[in-house]
Each structure stands twice: as C-alpha cells, then as structure tokens.
Design a protein around this ligand. Structure first.
Ligand code: ACM
Ligand code: ZN
Length: 670
C-alpha cells in the first residue's frame, strides 16, 4: 500500500502547517483543498443503505464547538465502502457545503470521525480535504498496568477518548500482578476482598516494605478493583469509540497476590512466599479456567492475554506434584511445565473461540498454532515467532516501554530507569529489522505503561503522551510514516491540543534530549590505549568490549545503550590502562551511572594508582562517596585532579553498602 501525500495546487505540507492542520496519524492519501466547510444550523445526515450508522466520534466531529450562525443546509452523506482494503478503511471528501464519507464499518466511520475532529479549522468550520485512509496494522495498542497502581474508570475512559482521537484501537489492561488483583471474579471473592488491597498506596513503598495485603475496608488498605458490571460498561464505552479491550490475567508467574489468598495453588502452600502457581496441581488448572470463563464472559475480545512472563519456577523442581506431573508428561525438565500450562490454556481458550496472547517467554515451549506473541525483549524473538508460524504484536522494551524516562532523568519524575525519548519510540527499528515476508505475520504494535513508578493518573498521562502518539503513527503508517522531523512538528501541535483538553502530557517543547556528553567523542590521553581487567565485565553488559573504556565515547542516559559497561563481580571495577609510555597525569575522570530501580548504583570509592612497570602500583588517591538509597543522580563523572607520573594507570571503584551493579562508560585521562 503506497502512502503518499498528494498535493494539489498551492497546498503543500508547509502550507498545512501554516493552516494549523496537523493530522496524526498522517492519512494514507491526503489532498488538501481550498476553502472550508461551514457548520450550519441545519446539518442533514444521510446514511445510505448498507452504510454503517453514525458513531460517537462522527457525531462529536459534526457538532460545532459553538452555536452556528450560518443559515443554509449542509449535507453529510455516509455510504458503504465496497472493496475496502481493511475493515477500518474510509474515504472522506470535505467540500465547502458537503461531507461525503465511504466507510467500511462502524470502526471505519469512527476513524473518519477522528480525522474530522482533527480537521477543525475553528469553532464553526472544517478544512476542505480529500482523504483515502487505511491502517497498516490491525492492532495499534496501549497497555495500562492497573495492578501496580489502581486507576479509576474515569481515568481509563479519558485515555480511551484520547486513543480514539489518534486512531489507536486496542487497550490492553494488565489486570493482575503481585501489587493487586483488579477484576471481580465471582467464584473467588478473596481475589478482590483481599488480594486487591495492600498496605501502601505507593508501589515502591509497598514493594520495599514487606509486601503485605489487607482486607477491603480495613483502615489503611489501599487499592481497588473493577466490578464485572463496571468492566462490561467499559467494554461498551471503548467499543463505541472503536477500541477493543484485551484483558490480561498473569500466569504462571507474577501471581503473588493470588497465592497470598489461595496459597494451596502454590508449590509450598505457604502464604506470601510464592510468585508462581504450582503447575503440578490440578487445582491450578481449575482455578485458571474458572477465572478465564468469567474473564471471557465480561470481555468479548477475540484475544485473551495470559502473561507467561518472568516466572521464576524456583519451587517447581522440589515440588512433589510438579515432579510427578513432569514425569507423567515425559518432560526432560520440570520447568517445561510452563509450556504445558500455557498450551493447556491455549486449548481451553480455543475451545471457547478465543485466541491466546502471551509475552515472548512462552516461545520457550511448543505452542498451539494460532498463539499470538507480544515480543517485549529482542527482535530475534519476534523473528523466531513468525518463523514458527505465530503472529506477533511488537512491544519491544527498547521502543515501547513508556515507564522509561522520556527525557534527561535528573530533570524528570522518578521512573523505573531506561531512556526512551519520543524519537526512539518513533524510530522503532524492530519492525524494519524484519523482512517483508516476516512482517506479514506482525499484526500490530503497542506501547506499554508499566506502573510501578506511576502513582497518579496525571503521571500516567505524562508518561503516555506524546509517546503513545508515535505508536499511533507507526501503527497506522508503518514504514511509510513521515520523517521524524515532520512527525515531531505534528506531535508538538498534538501536545498543545492535549494540554488544552486537560491532558497532562509531557511538554515536548521543553525536551532536553540526549546527554550532552555522549553527543561527541571526547579526546584524551587514553583514547585507544589497551585496558586490562582485574575484574571482568559482565557478559550481559559488554558494551563495546575491551575498548569501551578508552574509545572516546561517553554513555547516554541509560546503562543499556551499549556505551556503558556493567560490573557485578566481587569489588566490581578494577582496570589497568597502559598509556604506552611514562607520562604526567593531571586528571582522571570516569563516568558512572545510577538506576536504583535496576540495582545500578554509583560507586562508594574512586581509587587511582600508577605504576611504571604494570606490576608495582603506588596509591595516588582514594576518594570516598556517600551513596543515599534514594539519591537520584543519574550519570556522574568521578574526577581526581593532581599530579602523578606513570605508564600504567589503575582505576578502581567499589560498591556502596547497597551492593548491586556498577556501570562505567569511559576513563578520561588528562
Ligand atoms: C514484561 O515486561 N515482563 C512483559
Ligand atoms: Zn508444584
């Protein structure tokens, strides 16, 4: 499908900006026209036989923002769209006195309504255009984690309204996790009378402070849940706005809250000790099936997400039931019971006409054809999934995790870590890394808002927007999307519009962007000098290998950007740099990074030694630093200044009492 901006006469992209129009996502074929359609006091709506009935968004788009003064009759004609390439396809022609829409379905009419809302010129008129529009991907999603912090239905409805405006069509609700179970399940009332409530409102405080649950209504109990009736209403609200809600119920891991109240479903039966269900226990299957029956009853979506990620499985190898079940099934390893459980649930869902979605860990086992994978780790897992005949929704953390910092961490509210600015979301190379054939098995893309560090609805909006708009653009236009600099302009306008609507979007106009130190290589005495490691770097955080610390390249805002080398062993950081010949050293600086959520800490010592022969070292300086548990210092450059002489320079950095990782980017010698 060719995505193009057809330009007629004098109206080009620059002109559109001047006209104040900024369509997001960009329509497939878009021809601006002269003049504007004026709302009149009398708008006649005609719906042809076989055409979809007007939808909430269309009606909203055709309601002028102010009382119309103009007399006369404007006509809106809705026609069926024969031969539409997708169910969301529409054609739209706005002239000075009429609006003609061809729509493939109600959802298509809703997408057209979203476009018309963005075509507002002022309170009483619309820009004239001709548009033909089709989405590249059927799944353009946002995930809200309502477990780590409970969000109200009002907040969710508001996000649905915004999603609809930008043609996002799938809302994935992460309904269950350790921090709280959020959906009423009639058969298992303790899931919401106890497992939905905890001792602290803040996830961080609760996680670091004992992780206890409480009873609903008890003084000091924080949390909440949605009743089935409320969720049914939410499903309808979303559907009326062209959005499908996908529920997620985690299994077999991330299930501490269930096992706190139904400990008999864990291997040890000890409350508050397990995160994983016991897959050797028939009761686990009964429980999960019963839960899924109620979930399917509330959520009519084709897709049901069963999690499947990050199960520790630690108790399984010593559990009699697990061992027995694994032996019966002829499994080599008891851990393969995860695959058995997921397959079982897949067959169960298929029997009920539904399709299972799981995080990419489920790829570790044989899967029932038709399983859908959300790849959150590497692109190679997405490739593996499509090569195994499965369908994929791309949600790689490197591009789609909206809980990461979106701008310079020292100036942002605390986040889980990482660095994912709008440009990086937009770049989303994971799609480009798949070839055209492989891409056919990708059904969509999704941004995920994990909420450990997102305690309020305002903060949720701050992290979602404008990054969710990048997902909207990629999902609609895939590889034909506008260049980032054009999208950036549109996103700036969208942020202004969101703020006007009372959405607490991140203010893109104030973005600081990349860490200044990493923009240009640094020149110094040790560039290119060999480094020997008295303590090894971690095989998981190699960065550029042995040349990393003297390659002249500083790290950015995240330790995973391949510029930072990670150390976890013994005293962590202890390297020797051979400067080639004896020389005077006046300054030695080393960059370190902190990401407390990931147990990455700044060092407590910074030690400099010199040697003429690489064997006998003389201490030059041992500098010490106090590292507070709640410090948020992001990247720090530790510096020694003075005068020393030597060919070999040894730099050590020891961890604070918090232990964890030390990451370094460069040893700069002057
Ligand atoms: C995940 O981030 N554990 C899916
Ligand atoms: Zn077990």
């Amino acid at each position: 499908m060719l995505r193009s901006l057809l330009v007629l006469g004098a109206y080009g992209v620059g002109c559109l900006a001047a006209m104040g129009q900024s369509l997001l996502p960009m329509p497939t074929h878009y021809t601006p026209a002269k003049g504007s359609f004026k709302f009149t006091s009398n708008i006649e709506m005609k719906v042809e036989q076989g055409a979809p009935a007007p939808t909430v968004l269309l009606n909203e788009a055709l309601t002028p923002a102010a009382q119309c003064k103009a007399d006369g009759k404007a006509v809106v004609l809705v026609r069926p769209y024969a031969g539409a390439p997708t169910t969301e396809s529409y054609k739209l022609r706005v002239t000075t006195d009429s609006i003609v829409i061809d729509a493939a379905s109600q959802d298509a009419l809703t997408r057209c309504g979203a476009t018309l809302l963005q075509l507002r010129k002022d309170e009483q008129s619309l820009y004239c255009v001709e548009i033909e529009d089709h989405p590249a991907y059927a799944w353009r999603g946002v995930m809200l984690d309502v477990s780590r912090h409970f969000f109200t239905l009002d907040h969710i409805r508001k996000q649905i309204d915004i999603m609809a405006l930008y043609k996002l069509n799938t809302l994935h609700l992460h309904l269950t996790d350790a921090a709280g179970w959020r959906m009423e399940i009639k058969r298992y009332p303790r899931l919401t009378s106890e497992a939905a409530w905890r001792t602290s409102e803040s996830w961080k405080e609760w996680w670091n402070g004992g992780r206890a649950y409480m009873k609903e209504g008890e003084p000091g109990a924080h949390g909440g849940y949605y009743t089935q009736d409320e969720l049914r209403e939410l499903v309808v609200y979303a559907k009326e706005r062209g959005i499908t809600i996908i529920p997620e119920v985690e299994m077999p891991g991330h299930s501490e809250e269930v096992l706190a109240v139904y400990p008999e479903l864990s291997c040890t039966h000890i409350p508050l000790k397990a995160a994983d269900f016991c897959p050797g226990n028939i009761g686990t299957y009964d429980f999960l099936e019963n839960v899924l029956l109620e979930v399917m009853d509330v959520f009519p979506a084709q897709y049901i997400h069963v999690g499947g990620d990050e199960a520790g499985k630690a108790a399984w190898p010593t559990c009699e039931l697990c061992k027995k079940k694994a032996a019966e099934l002829g499994l080599e390893k008891v851990q393969q019971l995860q695959g058995h459980l997921i397959r079982h649930m897949n067959e169960f869902l298929l029997k009920h006409g539904r399709t299972l979605v799981g995080w990419d860990e489920v790829l570790a086992d044989t899967l029932v054809p038709g399983t859908h994978i959300m790849n959150w780790r590497s692109t190679s897992l997405a490739r593996e999934a499509v090569q195994r005949g499965l369908k994929v929704i791309l949600t790689p953390s490197a591009y789609c995790y909206f809980d990461y910092y979106q701008d310079a961490p020292p100036f942002q509210p605390e986040a889980i870590g990482g660095y994912l600015p709008l440009e990086q979301v937009y770049k989303n190379v994971s799609m480009d890394e798949l070839n055209a054939e492989e891409r056919k098995s990708v059904i969509g893309i999704q941004g995920n808002l994990w909420a450990e560090y997102i305690p309020t609805p305002e903060h949720a909006e701050y992290m979602l927007y404008p990054r969710a708009l990048a997902i909207a653009e990629i999902g609609w236009n895939a590889e034909e999307r506008p260049a980032y600099k054009d999208f950036h302009k549109t996103a700036l306008a969208a942020v202004a519009s969101l703020k006007q609507r009372g959405v607490n979007s991140f203010d893109l106009a104030t973005e600081i962007g990349l860490r200044k130190e990493c923009k240009e290589p640094v020149k110094h005495k040790a560039v290119g000098c060999p480094v020997s490691y008295n303590l090894p770097y971690s095989p998981y955080y190699v960065a550029g290998g042995e040349t990393t610390l003297t390659d002249g390249l500083r790290g950015g805002w995240t330790y995973s950007d391949q510029r930072w080398q990670g150390f976890i062993k013994d005293d962590r950081f202890d390297v020797v740099i051979d400067l080639g010949k004896e020389q005077t050293i006046r300054e030695v600086s080393t960059g370190f990074i902190e990401a407390n959520g990931a147990e990455v800490w700044l060092p407590a010592t910074y030690e400099i030694y010199v040697s003429a022969d690489g064997k006998d070292f003389t201490e030059v300086a041992v500098q010490t630093y106090k590292i507070g548990r709640h410090d948020r210092k992001a990247c720090q450059t530790y510096t020694w200044k003075g005068k020393a002489k030597g060919r070999y320079l040894r730099v050590k950095a020891k961890p604070s009492e918090h232990g964890g990782w030390i990451f370094a980017d460069e040893v700069i010698v002057k």
